[in-house]
Design a protein around this ligand. Structure first.
Ligand code: FPP
Ligand code: MG
Length: 284
């Protein structure tokens, strides 16, 4: 299932075929990002632009996400971490917050159903963030649904809900101090192990849409690791879809294969010798 043009006979079959071929080629390149983060920004602007309701904009955002995830997992991506709800989003109108809560519940249930993403790609679904801020009924429902996927081992989907990076770091430090299972001495390694993503592969690629050049308190610790590539797209998230994702995977593979000399150019203090070599690439 891809975007646009689906009324032409055979179009979706042909696109599915191209998608499978592309995924297999990318997978065999061995230059697939193991862990990708997504800031899915621009759903409300998409709604305004297309004169639809805000909640329909978020639903279009989920549709884009599910197609993007299918492509990623098919291409061999191990972990996807998606920013579904920021702690800051609690400041939005009660009706929008309520809709986002219901949407997440409904969609998490959908992707764990028979034949859907979790089963098809062996994906373990985790909801990460300050879940204590969720209404108990939402929390209980999400826990019950995600439990169904806990023995899946081929891939992971981290749904950040509700999340901010600063809360994640605070939670981690408290965990280390409290002597939790991963703790001990307070140092960078122990703090990193106690982050919500502590058991995941290191972040390789961060994708953000909507032309905004901010990190919005998302994966700040993880993105600071040397070698992480940040890709900023000007399109709104519902317009991102599998085609632009394919482009991002291709670019990443190309970069890792032919042009990843930047780490060698970088001094120990993190200053690039050649200022043309920037990790943040803006894709138009
Ligand atoms: C940002 O756009 C998007 C969100 C706050 C919600 C994203 C949620 C989804 C795509 C659904 C996710 C569901 C699951 C189960 C993962 P915005 O609202 O900030 O739009 P704007 O930038 O145009 O104002
Ligand atoms: Mg936004």
């Amino acid at each position: 299932m891809m975007d646009g043009g689906s009324t032409i006979p055979g179009y979706s079959v042909a696109l599915e075929w191209v998608k499978n071929l592309f995924s297999r080629t990318i997978k065999s390149s061995n230059c697939v990002p193991k862990h990708i983060g997504f800031v899915m920004d621009g759903n409300r602007r998409y709604a305004r632009k297309n004169e639809i309701e805000i909640k329909e904009g978020h639903e279009a955002g989920f549709s884009s996400l599910s197609q993007v995830l299918e492509l990623c997992y098919e291409a061999g991506v191990d972990t996807a971490t998606v920013f579904a709800f920021s702690i800051e989003n609690f400041r939005r109108t009660p009706s929008e917050v309520d809709h986002l809560m219901r949407l997440a519940r409904e969609k998490i249930r959908q992707i764990t159903q028979h034949g859907e993403i979790a089963e098809k790609y062996g994906v373990r679904i985790r909801v990460i963030g300050d879940v204590s801020r969720l209404h108990k009924s939402v929390y209980d429902d999400i826990v019950a649904t995600t439990e169904l996927t806990k023995s899946n081992t081929r891939a992971t989907l981290n749904i950040c809900f509700p999340y901010t990076s600063r809360e994640e770091m605070l939670h981690s430090i408290k965990d280390v101090i409290a002597g939790g299972k991963k703790s001990g001495e307070i140092n960078e390694a122990s703090i990193e192990r106690s982050l919500y993503t502590g058991d995941d592969p290191p972040l390789d690629l961060l994708i953000r849409t909507s032309g905004v050049t901010r990190l919005s308190d998302f994966l700040l610790w993880q993105v600071s690791e040397r070698g992480v590539v940040i890709e900023l797209f000007d399109c709104l998230w519902p317009e991102f879809g599998p085609m632009k994702m394919a482009w991002a995977l291709l670019k990443f593979a190309f970069r890792k294969t032919f042009s990843d000399k930047e780490n060698e150019l970088e001094d120990d203090d993190g200053v690039l010798e050649n200022q043309d070599d920037l990790y943040i690439k803006k894709t138009l």
